[in-house]
Design a protein around this ligand. Structure first.
Ligand SMILES: NC(=O)c1ccc[n+]([C@@H]2O[C@H](COP(=O)([O-])OP(=O)(O)OC[C@H]3O[C@@H](n4cnc5c(N)ncnc54)[C@H](OP(=O)(O)O)[C@@H]3O)[C@@H](O)[C@H]2O)c1
Length: 231
């Protein structure tokens, strides 16, 4: 399969690129900084099969031009993994909240996937069994809402609604759309204390894309192991 991954130069995106390449998929790794990413993504033979694609999800021009590049070079894709994300203003009380940082959070975590799907969906529509994976978070669950996370939690709740809206739109086109909670994992965002490993999460996400996980039809918010999450 040919798979686009955003935010692919570090953290979960890097793990997804590696596992995808190891499983023989053609990986298109969307990155903001090509030079920085070459070191992390193409350092060994197997990762030579990864194509680096300049892609800033907050810039619609960048997303549109990335989609044109992929169309010219590859024609179609089989999956999109909207992975790029930021965690800002956590544990800030409402009185101290920096609204500009809240806007940045929504720009990356919510508008980012919308821009990517807007421009890449035509390439996916031409494929057969396709998927769109929006990397969400348990933080976005309305049922399990906790305090002190205005920006990030709200952006992931909005992302889950985008997943629901989109899944309705493409339900007759053989495209599976999921919001996936990756677990609390050791990355720059998750920190050193996180119990999970991004490689295990990446394997679970590829099992979902490859159709190896049993997921009941009415679940759109799931864990990386395919278990339902409360919206
Ligand atoms: N880690 C966890 O425990 C955890 C838990 C739940 C959900 N998640 C979700 O999992 C996803 C991956 O997180 P992570 O832990 O791997 O985070 P991370 O280590 O902080 O990596 C974030 C990635 O997003 C990219 N990015 C940020 N802004 C971008 C933009 N405007 N355009 C394109 N790429 C951009 C970064 O690129 P640069 O290097 O260029 O900044 C980086 O590659 C996120 O959606 C996050 O919300 C993570």
């Amino acid at each position: 399969m040919r798979i686009l991954i955003t935010g692919a130069n570090r953290g979960l995106g890097l793990a997804l690129s590696k596992i995808g390449a190891e499983r023989g998929h053609q990986i298109i790794s969307g990155v903001r900084d090509l030079q920085k990413s070459e070191e992390s993504l193409t350092h060994s033979e197997i990762y030579k099969s990864i194509s680096l694609l300049p892609l800033d999800v907050t810039d619609e021009e960048s997303v549109s031009s990335a989609a044109n590049t992929v169309k010219e070079n590859f024609g179609t894709i089989d999956a999109i993994i909207n992975n790029a994300g930021v965690l800002l203003e956590r544990d800030k009380q409402i009185e101290e909240l920096d609204l500009d940082q809240v806007k940045v959070t929504f720009d990356v975590n919510f508008f980012g996937p919308i821009r990517v799907v807007k421009h890449f969906l035509p390439l996916l529509m031409m494929g057969d069994r396709s998927s769109i994976i929006n990397i969400s978070s348990e933080a976005g669950s309305m049922a399990n809402a906790y305090g002190g996370d205005y920006a990030y939690a709200s952006s992931k709740t909005a992302l889950n609604m985008f997943t629901l809206q989109l899944s309705q739109y493409v339900k007759n086109n053989n495209i599976n759309v999921y919001s996936v909670h990756p677990g609390w994992i050791k990355t720059d965002m998750g920190g050193e204390r996180a119990p999970g490993n991004p490689i295990d999460t990446a394997k679970g996400i590829f099992d979902i894309i490859e159709g190896k996980q049993e997921i009941s039809d009415d679940n759109v918010f799931i864990t990386y192991e395919g278990q339902p999450m409360p919206l």
